[in-house]
Design a protein around this ligand. Structure first.
Ligand code: NAD
Ligand code: 0WE
Length: 267
């Protein structure tokens, strides 16, 4: 008997085997969860279907979260397939690439709209459809990043979108608490995934965090373990929280002097 035996849930945001969503799915599957997957576009189908099949998941459906109609029709299928839901995993983020670099002051109205719509509003939209299926209670988890609370150069409008996402997690936790549904976020350290490798300077920030964080870089398995905890009955009444899975990076105020160059050390 696993922690998730008899429990059913949806995972949004698997693009390939490196996706954080896939790390979470594997952790949930190893504890006996029954999973359904939703992916963004037709081109991802050939990536997601074999992964789902490898863990015996038969529900794999496309859903572009920018479309209310697409979300509605997905949840019609979810209800027909699963009947009820116990959990939902949100691992979705996007900003136009020209917004992830350059001067923040040049953020465009359209880039802002897209980043906030896909990376933040989608959680609210999915939560609204999942809530009626979480009979007697449930849990949701969303992925965020430190750039939401402290400036991370080049993360730019995504930092604003993640700040809004974290606030949305708190408001959802308040609202859905009355339905016995918990809503939390995981703030993960940098991990080399499809979304991350499309970002200039990502390699450098990964290496920097690897040096400065008390426990170095994290991986998809670390995030999977934490998500399994937050979605499980071990996390009863933990809601509206941001849990850091970042090797301790966020606690640091300054890097270890041994990592600084001569000038910075005052030599
Ligand atoms: P990923 O590229 O594997 O996942 C991002 C997913 O978002 C993809 O599956 C993509 O298809 C999906 N997506 C984008 N637009 C969509 C749309 N319109 N409709 C539906 N889905 C859409 O990369 P990842 O790093 O695993 O990202 C997952 C989450 O983790 C994101 O929220 C990201 O911000 C967060 N995160 C990533 C890191 C990191 O360093 N990789 C760190 C902290 C948080
Ligand atoms: O949330 C993210 C990245 C999300 C993301 C990635 C892309 C790349 C391709 C959103 N939109 C796009 N749009 C694209 O066109 N992370 C936490 C990873 C990340 O992104 C950074 C980072 C880190 C870490 C950007 C700048 C600096 C650090």
């Amino acid at each position: 008997m696993g922690l998730f035996s008899g429990k059913k849930g949806l995972v949004f945001g698997v693009a390939n085997k490196n996706s954080i969503a896939w790390g979470i799915a594997q952790a949930l599957h190893s504890e006996g969860a029954e999973l359904g997957f939703s992916y963004a576009g037709e081109i991802l189908k050939k990536r997601v279907e074999p992964l789902a099949e490898s863990i015996g998941a038969s529900f794999v459906e496309e859903c572009d979260v920018t479309s209310d109609e697409a979300i509605d029709s997905l949840f019609v299928k979810v209800e027909a397939h699963f009947g009820k839901l116990d959990f939902l995993v949100h691992c979705i983020a996007f900003a136009p690439s020209e917004e992830l670099g350059g001067r923040f002051v040049n953020t465009s109205r359209n880039g802002f709209r897209i980043a906030l719509d896909i990376s933040c509003y989608s959680l609210i939209a999915l939560a609204r459809r999942a809530q009626p299926l979480m009979l007697g209670g449930g849990a949701m988890v969303a992925l965020t990043y430190f750039g939401a609370e402290k400036v991370t150069p080049n993360y730019n409008v995504m930092g604003v979108a993640k700040a809004a996402l974290e606030a949305s997690v708190r408001y959802l936790a308040w609202d859905l608490g009355k339905d016995n549904i918990r809503v939390n976020a995981i703030s993960a350290g940098p991990i080399k995934t499809l979304a991350a490798s499309g970002v200039s300077g990502f390699r450098k920030s990964l290496a920097y965090v690897g040096k400065v964080a008390p426990m170095g870089n994290v991986d998809q398995e670390d995030v999977g373990q934490a998500a399994a905890f937050l979605l499980s009955d071990h996390a009863t009444r933990i809601t509206g929280e941001v849990l850091y899975v970042d090797g301790g990076y966020n606690i640091m105020g300054a890097p270890d002097p041994s990592l600084m160059d001569g000038d910075a050390k005052g030599e």
